[in-house]
Design a protein around this ligand. Structure first.
Ligand code: CU
Length: 335
């Protein structure tokens, strides 16, 4: 265990060294609110993230919960915070039980047959070659078991790819080796999410290798559609507590969704081998109340210089029309 820990630490240090430039810039910008944006423009992939002046842009202050939203160190599936995830997790448990019963049954039969029909107890072997009843049973029962498994399995699969109407859309783009996000419904502000170094994560009270400088913030109880793509090689956007994993393929726009029923901080990782720092491009999703989300969006919009009229709902845009005349037609066009 200690060997693994020190290896992880070595990897984290290596990552910190190579990521050092970008992270140092991000940290400087975050801690020194007065730092001019121009100082960080040159190397940071996105000006928005590097120039973040206020803490509340990066996240809304949700603390991680050791029991949820991150690996537990065991073999169990993480506790699920979406209804779909709970269904998937329950299905997994049911399958394990079915598999356990079948394995025990077959193993038991094997052992029973080995003893019952051993040579010493059966000097004259049976000449039986066929038993229609048994053959029908051992063909039909497995077929029925498979059908019983297939029906809920296909239903679960279908619901994963048949999302309800989205309340919010987020675009996640994988890069070597960080994620960037855009909120197209909220005026298309965007930011990068770069992993915190082990020291930074410890300081922030977050788990190392999972914490990011900027978090994806979403409202609780809302259907969030995630558009997933990549800019260089194939990555995969995965958050285990949401039952979400979607390949991020360059030149292709994949789609997944989740509806988190519990506020909190949930971590994920890139789940498609994408290069040397594949293990160092985590995902941090912060699920907050609708009010907190609106505050965060407003701060992000102000930071990005977006007019408030670029509201998501048509009603909001219409309501804002008299107040901000020049922004309303633009909103109407996009609708
Ligand atoms: Cu990746």
């Amino acid at each position: 265990m200690r060997g693994i820990n020190s290896r992880f630490r070595a990897l984290a240090v290596a990552a910190a060294l190579t990521l050092g430039t970008v992270q140092a810039q991000a940290q400087e910008a975050a801690t020194d609110a007065a730092a001019p944006a121009a100082a960080t423009v040159e190397q940071a992939p996105s000006v928005d993230a590097a120039a973040t002046p206020a803490v509340n842009l990066a996240n809304m202050g949700t603390r991680p919960d050791a029991g949820i939203g991150q690996p537990q160190g065991g073999w169990q599936i993480q506790p699920q915070v979406t209804a779909l995830g709970q269904r998937g997790s329950d299905f997994n448990t049911a399958l394990l039980l079915i598999m356990g019963v079948i394995t025990a049954l077959v193993f038991g039969l094997l052992i029973w047959a080995m003893f019952r029909f051993r040579r010493s107890a059966n000097p004259v072997p049976s000449k039986t070659t066929h038993n229609v009843f048994i053959e029908v049973v051992w063909t039909l029962v497995p077929v029925l078991v498979l059908v019983a498994i297939a029906i809920p399995s296909f239903k679960l699969l279908a619901s994963q790819y048949d999302p309800p109407k989205a309340d919010l859309t987020i675009k996640a783009t994988g890069h070597q080796w960080y994620w960037s996000y855009e909120y197209p419904d909220q005026g298309s502000f965007g930011f990068d999410a770069v992993m915190l170094s082990a020291e930074e994560a410890e300081k922030a009270g977050e788990p190392k290798l999972l914490a990011t400088d900027n978090r994806v913030v979403v409202p609780v109880g809302s259907v969030v559609k995630v558009l997933v793509t990549a800019s260089d090689v194939i990555h995969s956007w995965a958050v285990p507590a949401f039952w979400v994993k979607m390949d991020a393929v360059p030149g292709r726009m994949n789609e997944t969704w989740f509806k988190a029923d519990r506020e909190g901080l949930y971590y994920g990782q890139c789940s498609e081998l994408c290069g040397t720092k594949h293990g160092f491009m985590p995902i941090a999703v912060e699920v907050v109340s609708k009010d907190k989300f609106d505050i965060w969006v407003a701060a992000r919009q102000t930071d990005a210089g977006i007019e408030v009229a670029a509201a998501p709902a048509a009603a909001d845009a219409a309501a804002a029309a008299p107040a901000v005349p020049e922004a309303a037609p633009a909103a109407a066009e996009t609708l």
